[in-house]
Design a protein around this ligand. Structure first.
Ligand code: NCD
Ligand code: ZN
Length: 344
């Protein structure tokens, strides 16, 4: 049995409508708080929209839930410095998300150049609202496996340098290059790591055939990248913290001629991280990564409650809801060595 402070998820997609009703409770069962991504259709662009979305999330939770959704705004060409200030003052919005235009699911309203955004980034510096970045180049000539590296060189590093007070989260990093950059970066730069990038390399996309449930963006990378990510997660370096990027899609939209990007891990997220940490005998480092460093980065108090993970092998259910179009849970049919103990 291991006991750690209640973890938080610093990057999750909860969606809206019926999908929200299906998935929000799963994240709330695992985590105390979560940074909720704004890539709805249409995107969450204003503080008012974030407040309304937060209400819909709270309504979809079980009655006794103490889960706190931490909202984000979607940065577009229309975002204003006044909106950044409103968001920072709201007590409801905790970050502004940058999607390079077209980079991923619902990123069409994203940003195609950062140079014009300087006044907004200055507003984020002034009001201490972190910029959360999906770090992939959208240059159509860029190889899909090089997108993160190219983005790091062309967008991310220059932005961090130019805006010396800007707090930045390099989201769901996937490469050794990104690990090396973040570990040398100032403390105002952090990075989230997903369970899939700690557990799998890109071979998993093609294991015995095409595996749509292993497809997410940024796409899985080489084994040497996975090893660098796992070393970073288990190093005790506070730049690196937990962000599942749990991104549910209906089964039919994944198992399709043009399948959506996104892996749904929320129901078993902590068990997956425990599996990854145990694989390198580093479970004693899980608490910092899962429960301390993210809260510290965002300037929020660490959670006081405790959670337990019991050591016992079990198999992840293939289709717990019985609905054939429900989002497929990552790792379905495979076994895990730890199980989260429910509270109460
Ligand atoms: C996310 C989604 O489906 O919203 N998909 C994904 O593959 N990670 C978007 C994102 O975070 O890139
Ligand atoms: Zn995401």
């Amino acid at each position: 049995m291991i006991e750690i402070a209640q973890p938080d998820d610093w990057h999750v997609h909860l969606r809206d409508g019926p999908m929200l009703g299906r998935v929000a409770g799963e994240t709330a069962r695992q985590f105390g708080r979560a940074i909720v991504m704004p890539n709805l259709d249409p995107p969450v662009q204003t503080t008012e929209e974030a407040v309304a979305y937060r209400q819909r999330i709270l309504k979809s939770l079980p009655e006794n839930s103490s889960f706190e959704p931490l909202m984000t705004l979607y940065l577009t060409a229309e975002t204003t410095a006044a909106e950044i200030q409103r968001a920072a003052d709201s007590g409801v919005v905790f970050g502004v998300k940058l999607y390079p235009k077209g980079a991923t699911t619902n990123a069409e309203a994203g940003v195609d150049r950062l140079d014009k955004m300087a006044p907004l980034l200055e507003a984020m510096e002034r009001y201490r609202l972190p910029l959360l970045i999906h770090g992939e180049s959208t240059d159509p000539h860029c190889d899909v496996f090089d997108r993160e590296e190219v983005f790091l060189e062309e967008w991310l590093a220059p932005t961090v340098e130019r805006h010396a007070g800007l707090r930045v989260v390099f989201e769901h990093i996937t490469t050794k290059k990104a690990v090396d950059y973040v570990s040398e970066a100032p403390d105002r730069v952090g990075a989230t790591l997903t369970p899939q990038h700690l557990l799998l390399n890109r071979n998993a996309l093609f294991a015995g055939g095409l595996r749509p449930h292993h497809y997410c963006l940024p796409v899985l990378k080489r084994e040497r990248d996975r090893q660098a990510l796992l070393a970073a997660a288990t190093s005790g370096d506070s730049h690196f913290f937990l962000g599942t990027d749990s991104a549910p899609h209906s089964r039919s939209s994944k198992e399709s001629a043009c399948g959506c990007a996104g892996i749904y891990s929320a129901p078993i997220a902590l068990e997956l991280y425990a599996q990854a940490f145990a694989s390198v005998d580093a479970l004693e480092r899980l608490e910092g990564f899962a429960s301390h460093f993210g809260a510290d980065f965002y300037g929020l108090p660490r959670n006081r409650q405790k959670r337990k993970l019991r050591r016992s092998a079990w198999t992840v259910s293939e289709n717990p809801s019985g609905d054939s179009d429900a989002p497929q849970v990552f790792w379905a049919g495979q076994s895990l060595d730890y199980q989260l103990v429910d509270e109460g």
